[in-house]
Design a protein around this ligand. Structure first.
Ligand SMILES: [Zn+2]
Length: 350
């Protein structure tokens, strides 16, 4: 019996030493400490032995069992530690390495200009109004003094959905909508200053400076004492904020069906300070927007009384401003989603 125990222990030691990983160690454990282990067989066979023999063999067998258990536990710890170390090594992070740049997207140049214009006007009390791109003929044309048959609503210029619905040709549709809404309120004060921006549509052939879809910001200030002098201040203030503080503006008489008087607004060239350069075509001035005082006809068409109220209005082409500000000479750049082009605006305004 004692011999058998020695053999078992030797065999166990051999197998323990040759186990190369957790799986093999599990096998050794199963073989030497399970129900069917040779050690258990010996204990079972002790029934036939004498009392003295049982005591002696029992004691020895127990020692062997403790030794096997302890050695197995120690080896398991060794292997588990080795596995953990391997894992830690693989997941090691060197915090002293430099960081890797994340490739963030950029704001679109048109959005940059819209944000800038929105800031300028909301800071002086204008509200932002959401508009609709699919508009009733009524608000896009009729209420803006563009009755049926007016040349500006010619089939060549406008996308018609049906006889009564068009893709808006300007953001001024929002002015008509707001005026009509204001005229119907019971509130005593019918004053409001608002801007609205978005896409507008014309049946244009696309080229370097024209697109069938482009963006506008339209604004108005409606009140009891709104004058042409207010309009002039608003336009100059906007240009100085948009370009630089030293620019001046120049007004030229013009015609729009919904304003009287109507003016084209030029800004003194912000690149050459009015001295003459390629950007301003040597004239020192750059044409940037159209504006005027809303005419009586339009006030009445939208339910307002031109005797007690007046309104200034302006419309700005976003692409035109963006092209001037960023020195872009092809309008198609805005719509091509070329990331090399867009990436140039990554740090604008920082
Ligand atoms: Zn110039």
């Amino acid at each position: 019996m004692i011999n058998k125990l020695t053999i078992i222990l030797n065999e166990f030691n051999d197998q323990l030493n040759s186990a190369k990983g957790l799986e093999e160690l599990e096998e050794v454990k199963k073989q030497f400490s399970g129900k069917d282990s040779p050690l258990n067989d010996i204990l079972k066979g002790m029934r036939e032995a004498s009392v003295e023999e049982r005591q002696e063999i029992g004691k020895l067998a127990n020692q062997v069992r403790v030794e096997i258990t302890n050695k197995l536990n120690l080896r398991f710890e060794d292997f588990n530690r080795a596995v953990l170390n391997e894992k830690l090594k693989a997941e090691q992070i060197d915090v002293s390495l430099p960081g890797t740049n994340l490739d963030f997207g950029t704001k679109h140049p048109l959005n940059l200009v819209i944000e800038e214009i929105s800031d300028i006007f909301t800071e002086i009390g204008f509200e932002m109004v959401d508009g609709t791109e699919v508009e009733l003929d009524l608000f896009n044309f009729q209420n803006l003094n563009l009755p049926i048959g007016h040349p500006a609503r010619d089939m060549q210029d406008t996308f018609y959905i049906n006889d009564e619905v068009v893709m808006r040709t300007h953001c001024t549709n929002e002015t008509a909508r707001m005026f009509t809404q204001i005229s119907k309120t019971n509130s005593k004060s019918k004053n409001l200053a608002a801007i609205s921006y978005g896409n507008v549509y014309r049946r244009d052939d696309d080229d370097a400076t024209h697109s069938h879809q482009f963006m506008q910001v339209d604004g108005f200030a409606l009140g009891e004492k709104i004058s042409f002098a207010n309009l002039k201040w608003v336009l100059k203030y906007m240009c100085q904020r948009l370009f630089n503080e030293s620019v001046n503006i120049r007004l030229r008489p013009s015609f729009f069906p919904f304003t009287e008087p109507s003016v084209e607004v030029d800004v003194s060239c912000f690149k050459c300070d009015g001295k003459g350069c390629a950007l301003c075509k040597q004239s020192g001035w750059i044409e940037i927007l159209g504006s005027g005082m809303i005419n009586d006809q339009v006030m009445e068409l939208n339910g307002l009384d031109p005797k007690t109220q007046s309104a200034l209005a302006f419309g700005i082409g976003i692409e035109r401003i963006a092209m001037l500000k960023f020195g872009i000479n092809n309008i198609r750049n805005f719509y091509e989603n070329n990331t090399k082009f867009l990436d140039q605006f990554k740090f604008y305004g920082e």
